[in-house]
Design a protein around this ligand. Structure first.
Ligand SMILES: [Ca+2]
Length: 504
């Protein structure tokens, strides 16, 4: 990888941005609440997040895509067979990092559309990074953020990450690190022009973090790949050809090459844990942030129905593994129903720390994972806004029953599935069980009423534009966005993320 030398003015801006960022990091030293440093250091935490990887896209679920290192992780760890997330990036990432429902955070219904919308994870939300940093951990986020970009307060550094390297939004080209003209690649607020394949760059930066860290401190490293999200830029023509020869059509062969490259990168990072002799004392979690996108037929959520942007199982039930060789059984499987918000309190308990204070929506499932005794839980609630004006769907998912409510221009439609018999959601049994429908629908209605539908989401164009014109603080982003004219062009781009959902 090579850094291009920037012109003097750009360098000055970068220096200022770096200083601004440092100031933010220093200001964060006064961390809120809890987490006494533990008596013994560790365990380390490595959370690996894939972007839009489907249930059926890993070798250990029978995929033809080769993922030997992720398969090995599953063979050495505990597979979480019923791990649920939100059907799109932003709410899942918000839930993972805060342990709070994205409904409460105002981040439920869609992804934050890059730097265009003045929305983000509110600064006063307490994150897993702030928590572990207060407990003495060094903290890093390498990869995709997708929790806000237009204000410095939305960036990862003020949320407790001592290192942030990667991109703020989504959909960036794997080679140019741009979305259209917009560069979206940086380290700690400083834009970077780098050469290289995104997946490799992220793996290399994660490894550098592991090598350069203070060995006396445990670490929390969130390695959040941009793969295998669209645009499926292949790491090499050879790898695409390999999958073509195996009979995978375009663009699935390209997608497969992107997944395999991510697997190789994960393997390199795991090798460093072994070389540093810390694999035994490092909890590694691997999961996808939502199901594979259905639009391009590249990823696979089989045997489940639906995919990204849908509340069907294919959109929200993802491949997930947790490995801690000294504490969890190898090659075991858990059918415990759990979800994104549970990870923060569960990892806190695994690390032997006091539970995070505040109103978390997640639950500590560490005792369950260790003992294997599964526990019943209240229904999980989901929403999917498919951005294409066909409406919003909701789901309430219990241990046995799942209600799906679809709201569209033609009104409301309900489907009920018995997941214990029909995890593939083939048979709608709503007519046979009206009481179950009524009970689960009441849960959805209560939940919907708990936060304004629009929250921070829509109608924010004017605010973002005014923000830019006021010369406000752009410590995060690019030349393009520092220029109000360019920002105006971007805001007026008729790109679909800015369309309003239908009136209801
Ligand atoms: Ca995603």
């Amino acid at each position: 990888m090579g850094c291009r030398v920037l012109p003097g003015s750009a360098r000055r801006r970068q220096t200022l941005a770096a200083l601004a960022c440092l100031a933010v990091v220093v200001a964060c030293g006064n961390l809120p609440k809890l987490a006494k440093p533990p008596a013994r250091p560790g365990p380390n935490l490595l959370l690996i997040v894939a972007d839009d990887l489907g249930w059926g896209d890993v070798g250990f679920h029978g995929s033809r895509i080769e993922t030997p290192r992720i398969d090995q992780l599953a063979a050495e760890g505990l597979e979480l067979r019923r791990f649920y997330v939100n059907p799109i990036c932003t709410p899942t990432r918000a839930a993972l990092l805060t342990g709070r429902s994205p409904m409460s955070l105002g981040l439920l219904y869609s992804g934050i559309s890059r730097m265009r919308v003045d929305a983000g994870l509110a600064r006063d939300e307490y994150t897993i990074a702030e928590y572990f940093r207060a407990a003495g951990y060094s903290t890093a986020l390498v990869g995709k953020w997708h929790l806000g970009a237009v204000r410095s307060e939305y960036l990862p550094n003020p949320q407790g990450f001592e290192l942030f390297y990667g991109q703020l939004g989504g959909l960036t080209d794997y080679y140019s690190h741009r979305f259209g003209k917009v560069l979206d690649w940086q380290e700690n607020g400083v834009p970077l022009e780098v050469e290289g394949y995104a997946t490799d760059l992220l793996g290399e930066r994660a490894i550098r973090f592991l090598r350069e860290r203070d060995p006396a401190r445990p670490f929390l490293l969130v390695l959040s790949y941009t793969a295998p999200h669209w645009p499926y830029n292949a790491p090499s023509a050879e790898l695409v050809a390999k999958y073509r020869q195996l009979g995978l059509p375009h663009p699935r062969n390209q997608y497969a090459s992107v997944v395999e490259a991510m697997d190789a990168s994960i393997g390199q990072v795991l090798d460093v844990l072994r070389k540093q002799a810390i694999a035994e004392n490092t909890i590694v979690v691997f999961l996808s942030d939502n199901g594979a996108a259905m639009a391009h037929q590249a990823g696979r959520n089989r045997p489940f129905r639906g995919g990204k942007l849908s509340v069907m199982e294919g959109g929200i039930r993802v491949p997930a593994v947790i490995r801690w060789p000294s504490r969890l059984p190898a090659g075991a499987r858990s059918e415990q129903r759990m979800r994104d918000v549970d990870l923060f309190p569960t990892l806190a308990a695994a690390a032997g720390l006091e539970p995070p204070s505040g109103s978390l929506d997640g639950r500590n499932l560490w005792p369950t994972l260790v003992s294997g005794d599964e526990i019943p839980r209240r229904p999980f609630l989901f929403a999917a806004d498919n951005l294409r004006a066909t409406g919003t769907s909701f789901a309430a998912l219990g241990d046995r029953w799942k209600l799906v409510v679809r709201e569209g221009p033609d009104g409301q439609r309900m489907e009920l599935y018995n997941l214990s018999r029909d995890p593939w959601e083939r048979f709608d049994v709503s007519r046979k069980h009206p009481k179950v429908v009524e009970r689960l629908n009441a849960e959805i209605e209560r939940w919907k009423a708990s936060h304004p539908r629009d929250g921070l989401r829509w109608n924010e164009r004017e605010k973002a534009l005014a923000h830019a014109e006021a010369g406000a603080d752009w410590s995060s982003m690019t030349e393009v966005l520092r220029d109000p004219e360019n920002l105006r062009t971007h805001l007026e781009d008729p790109e679909r993320y800015l369309q309003r959902p239908p009136e209801r």
